[in-house]
Design a protein around this ligand. Structure first.
Ligand SMILES: Nc1ncnc2c1ncn2[C@@H]1O[C@H](COP(=O)(O)OP(=O)(O)OP(=O)(O)O)[C@@H](O)[C@H]1O
Ligand SMILES: [Mg+2]
Length: 315
């Protein structure tokens, strides 16, 4: 583990210790979720554009990897911002999420390792723009990603050919994070159909709640007709500006409406977060001491606490 990651783990552990529900957990590291035989699949979605979906997927993925989880991000947005933000070049996108969705490639052949140890990505290309139309007449078109993930090797019993596949079976993923486009289109429906839970970034702005009810109705519809296991993991307030009274008001409104579904951690507006993607690095690697990075580490700790509670109640 290099110095950046060592510091990340220490900082993340401190962050976890500062979260009330993480205190008093005995016998194990509060940050590390118990492993199960299959990864937890979380979809990061909100049909509103520019609310922090990609930033959350990248930095949460990095924070989870920094505390020893094995993480795969699936970039399901034709804009490909998660891929670019993680420094994936065009040459590394020969096999992409599009190929996986249309059935031209296996997911393990699309996986590209990132510079963050333990964090891989299935990159996206603009080809995804055509996927909706191409899949329109295909059977189980909402289940394409779910079916592809179900075929993903995880226990070494399946065929082992590529290096990526060997790496995958040697140490299986504990978390899959799916980054969605700003739309409730077939790509987002595929992600929701494949997922265990949804994580919704909500920007602290005047119209924050606008559109949220539509998103939650879509979650309910997917739950009823496509994926009964889909739950809301949590809602994360992003781009909080403490100098702006409106941010405070929006945050308290959202908490009043959505109660404990809203994470205690709030992501502040922070210039270092917006600079990081242009260097092809997560903010947590670009500047792990900035307020935004620290907030994402606290979010990861809080999310893992929720995951533990979910697993405890399921056991
Ligand atoms: N906490 C933050 N502080 C400052 N800038 C931020 C923060 N979070 C995200 N940004 C910036 O805001 C812009 C939108 O963020 P991001 O790309 O994560 O949103 P998104 O919801 O994925 O957008 P899209 O809907 O287009 O996919 C980006 O330029 C990003 O760098
Ligand atoms: Mg995005």
């Amino acid at each position: 583990m290099d110095q950046t990651n060592k510091t990340l783990v220490t900082d993340a552990a401190k962050a976890a210790a500062s979260i009330p529900s993480a205190q008093g957990t005995t016998g194990s590291n509060p940050l590390v979720a118990p492993s199960t035989d299959r990864p937890r699949i979380l979809v990061v979605a909100n049909q509103k554009g520019g609310v922090g979906k990609t930033t959350t997927a990248i930095n949460l993925g990095t924070a989870l990897a920094a505390v020893g989880e094995r993480v795969l991000i699936v970039d399901l947005d034709p804009q490909g911002n998660a891929s670019t933000g993680l420094g994936i070049t065009t040459a590394e996108r020969k096999v992409s999420a599009y190929d996986v969705l249309i059935g031209a490639a296996l997911i393990e052949d699309a996986v590209v390792p990132t510079k963050v140890p333990g964090l891989d990505i299935v990159p996206s290309t603009m080809d995804l723009l055509g996927a909706e139309l191409e899949l329109a007449t295909v059977q189980r078109r909402s289940h394409r990603l779910r079916d592809a993930l179900a075929r993903m090797p995880r226990n070494g019993k399946q065929r082992e050919t590529s290096e990526a596949e060997k790496a995958m079976t040697a140490r299986p993923y504990s978390y899959l994070l799916i980054d969605c486009p700003p739309s409730l289109n077939l790509l987002t429906i595929n992600a929701m159909t494949a997922a265990d839970a949804i994580l919704v970034p909500l920007q602290c702005e005047f119209f924050a709640l606008e559109g949220l009810s539509q998103l939650l109705r879509t979650v309910e519809r997917v739950k009823t007709s496509l994926n009964p296991r889909l739950e809301i993991q949590g809602i994360v307030l992003t781009m909080f500006d403490q100098r702006n009274k409106l941010s405070d008001q929006v945050a308290s409104d959202v908490r009043t409406h959505l109660g404990d579904k809203v994470y205690r951690t709030v992501i502040p507006r922070n210039v270092r977060i917006s600079e990081a993607p242009s260097y092809g690095k997560p903010a947590l690697v670009y500047d792990h001491r900035c307020a935004g990075s620290k907030a994402y580490m606290r979010l990861a700790a809080e999310m893992i606490q929720r995951e533990r509670a979910i697993r405890r109640s399921a056991a």
